[in-house]
Each structure stands twice: as C-alpha cells, then as structure tokens.
Design a protein around this ligand. Structure first.
Ligand SMILES: [Zn+2]
Length: 268
C-alpha cells in the first residue's frame, strides 16, 4: 500500500487551470482513483495551488474516502491581490475537519518562473506558515531557485512548525541535511528515474528512509517510461522500485515505511 502524498487530480481531468471542477470531472477522477487502488496506491493527498484549485481539492476530499486535501497559494499564484485570496484559504481552513484538510500547501518560493516579486512571495509564504501554526497543520513546501532564501524564512519558525515536506525534492545534499535535521520529510517523485539525476539518487541514498515520502505531482513529472505523457498516481510504484533499489530494501518495506511516514506527517 502506497500513499501518493502530492497529486493534482483536479489538474489531470481538466484543461484549464483555476476553474472549478464540473460533475463530469468527478467521474474521471473516480476512474483514476480506482486504477490507482489496483496499482496499490490506496491514499492520495490532493494539493491546492490557488483558491479555485484549493476548493477543488476540498471537493475531491469530500467526495472520495481515500482522498485528503491541502490548501494554499503556490508562490507562482501569488498575485498582487494575494491577501484577498489568502482570506479565502483561511475560510477553508477554519473548517479543516469537515474539509479534510491535512496540510497548508503548496507554499514556498519560486524564483525560477519570471517575472516574480520576491518580497510578495516571502510575505505570502510567511502568512501561510503562520496559518499552519495557528491550525497545527504541516506544510507542503515548493522551492525552486530559492533554496537559501527559503531556509532563511523557515529558520524563524522552525521550532514551532508541526511538520513539513520539501515537495519534489531537487535541492543539494547540504539543504537535505538541514531540513532532515529539522525533522522535515523530502518528497520524491518520477524524476528519480531520469538518467541525468545521479545527484538526486545520491541524496536519496544518504537520507534516512524515515524522512522520505513518495509523491507523483501528477499530472506533472512522469517517470522515465512515460516522459512526455500525463503522469498519474498509478505510476507511483514504478519509481518507488528505483528508490527501494537505492535503499537496498524490498518494495514492500519501502511501501510500509513511506506509508508510516506519510501517516505521521499528515495525521491520516
Ligand atoms: Zn505540485
């Protein structure tokens, strides 16, 4: 049994981002979830990126037993009016039980996609960290080309943070050492199978298995066999095997330990 700790089912079944799911989309999600179950992926955390996509995450979590939601504003979705969006996120979190919200995310810093407003991203990240602290929720963190700045923001809060995962880990070993030292998890997905990713494989080898969780980030980042196609939670066991091989454990043991980790982090 695997947990896909970072998936965007909502983005798999519709073409346009930041629109609300329609009834026909729920049918498509139902089919994906059933396929995933047959592949051994029995729980899915659906991650929000904006107000409409966070609302979709909640709607999916409410509809499907084995789906849980996270809500938050992705750094690339922090517009000049992000404070208004943030109020909507707060509104969702106020009913965190009913809305099956298990974390705040994905939040963080992204200085890769240009143009960006660094200060605005930092402000939105801090507001969302404080929201997570207030509601005792963990964080799903996105970081791209902003590793040092991200660590600087997190350092201020690290003693109070309930838990966190660095999603789609693509940082260096020293970054991994710091966040693992803080008790955070690193989320590993399809790119672990990419031929050029020796550095990531070395990091996964070095990080204790107790700090690794699995995620697909579907519809993005398919494993090597499916590059160029839409990713799916169904493919999680494919790259899980790569991680099991790196750690020198069986696929069953990898599934067991990463499920323990995800259950602990997200209180499943
Ligand atoms: Zn994502």
């Amino acid at each position: 049994m695997f947990v896909d700790t970072h998936c965007h089912l909502n983005m798999m079944v519709k073409k346009e981002f930041d629109t609300l799911l329609k009834p026909e989309h729920f049918m498509l999600v139902h089919d994906i979830i059933e396929q995933a179950k047959r592949a051994g992926v029995t729980q899915i955390i659906n991650v929000g990126t904006s107000v409409p996509e966070s609302m979709n995450s909640v709607a999916l979590a409410q509809r499907f037993d084995n789906v849980y939601a996270t809500v938050g504003l992705h750094p690339c979705d922090c517009t000049p009016t992000w404070r208004k969006d943030f109020e909507e996120i707060v509104r969702l979190v106020k009913n965190k039980e009913e809305n099956k919200i298990k974390a705040i995310g994905e939040v963080g810093l992204d200085f890769y996609h240009k143009p960006f407003d660094a200060q605005r991203q930092v402000d939105a990240f801090k507001a969302q960290i404080e929201l997570a602290l207030e509601y005792k929720l963990p964080l799903v963190i996105h970081v791209r080309d902003a590793g040092e700045e991200l660590l600087r923001v997190l350092e201020e809060y690290v003693k109070e943070i309930k838990g966190a995962t660095i999603h789609c880990f693509s940082q260096k070993q020293d970054f991994a050492d710091i966040v693992v030292g803080w008790g955070f998890y690193i989320g590993i997905d399809g790119p672990i199978t990419y031929p050029k990713n020796d550095e990531l494989r070395a990091i996964v080898k070095a990080v204790p298995l107790e700090h690794i969780i699995l995620e697909t980030d579907a519809p993005f980042l398919p494993p090597q066999q499916y590059r160029g196609k839409q990713n799916s939670p169904v493919y999680l066991p494919l790259f899980a095997q790569t991680i099991a091989d790196l750690k020198g454990v069986s696929l069953e043991e990898l599934a067991r330990q990463t499920t323990v980790n995800a259950t602990k982090l997200f209180d499943l």
